[in-house]
Design a protein around this ligand. Structure first.
Ligand SMILES: C[S@@+](CC[C@H](N)C(=O)[O-])C[C@H]1O[C@@H](n2cnc3c(N)ncnc32)[C@H](O)[C@@H]1O
Length: 271
């Protein structure tokens, strides 16, 4: 709900300037407008809102490029209230799978029904708890074709998982015989003492999510993470931290800013 409110707030407060999602407000239901208003009143949420909008924009841009290169399967991992499948501009040639924790997925389906958002025929729901079941087992059980090239979008989930769950999921993606691309976001660990202008924001987020029972569990130094991806057979194509994201999407160069904080990354299985 937290991420979905920020996407809706971006539509209302910034007109969807960086990421357009016409369903973002609707999927929230009757409580949505009040939640968006509250988000707008909290100046500390501005950077988080931007990050959440941009990680979706990055993922959807990358998916569009991969579709042009022939990828026809999309897997949205830890989909939450992501609305891509319900406004998919690529049409029926894209087979879509939403993987999520069974309880979140059941809740989303109630929200979709309440909002009158139809479920497209080319979407399959795959209930999986990443801490308990291997991703491949869940996908194959639901008709995913491991022999076809696939695109995995995994937004806002990695920080909440154990390293074991993260790397077993990435290992599964890397070993798919049809080849795969994956986009996911992660955070660098706080440096102390050091040049971390967003330490206070990050501490506030950590406390907020811990208070609702979803603690942040994993952070990575960028070079360590890249080395671990390489060892799994995943080649990093792009990795944007805060400074590079601002440069790419806002056209704002701020050399003084360290590229530490929230990152969004695209990797391709290099086999
Ligand atoms: C912060 S939300 C992000 C949702 C969505 N990707 C977005 O950007 O709005 C985290 C998501 O991770 C999922 N998640 C957390 N732990 C999980 C687990 N162990 N197995 C499966 N999904 C999990 C939650 O169900 C939720 O959908």
């Amino acid at each position: 709900m937290g991420a979905a409110v920020q996407r809706a707030a971006h539509q209302v407060l910034e007109g969807g300037r960086l990421f357009s999602d016409p369903l973002a407000l609707r999927i929230l239901g009757p409580a949505g407008e009040a939640a968006v208003r509250a988000a707008g009143l909290d100046p500390a949420k501005g950077r988080l809102r931007l990050f959440i909008a941009l990680r979706s924009r990055f993922a959807e841009d990358a998916l569009g490029q991969c579709f042009e290169q022939g990828v026809r399967q999309l897997v949205v991992l830890g989909a939450g209230l992501d609305t891509y499948a319900y406004r998919n501009p690529l049409g029926e040639r894209l087979r879509m799978f939403e993987v999520d924790h069974p309880s979140t997925q059941a809740w989303k389906r109630e929200r979709l029904a309440a909002a009158g958002i139809p479920i497209p025929g080319n979407l399959t729901y795959v209930p999986v708890d990443f801490e308990r079941e291997a991703l491949a087992d869940g996908l194959v059980r639901c008709g995913f074709d491991p022999g076809q090239a696939s695109f995995f979008s995994w937004l806002g989930v990695v920080p909440y998982l154990t390293e074991e769950a993260i790397f077993s999921t990435l290992g599964c993606i890397a070993s798919l015989p049809g080849g795969a691309r994956v986009v996911f976001d992660y955070g660098n660990p706080a440096v102390s003492p050091g040049p971390d202008p967003w330490a206070a924001d990050r501490e506030a987020l950590a406390q907020r999510v811990a208070s609702v029972g979803e603690s942040l569990r994993s952070h990575f130094e960028t070079h360590d993470l890249h080395a671990r991806l390489t060892a799994l057979g995943l080649r990093v194509v792009e990795d944007l931290g805060p400074a590079l994201m601002r440069e790419r999407f806002l056209g704002a160069r701020e050399d003084a800013l360290p590229d530490r904080g929230g990152h969004i990354l695209l990797a391709i299985a290099s086999r």
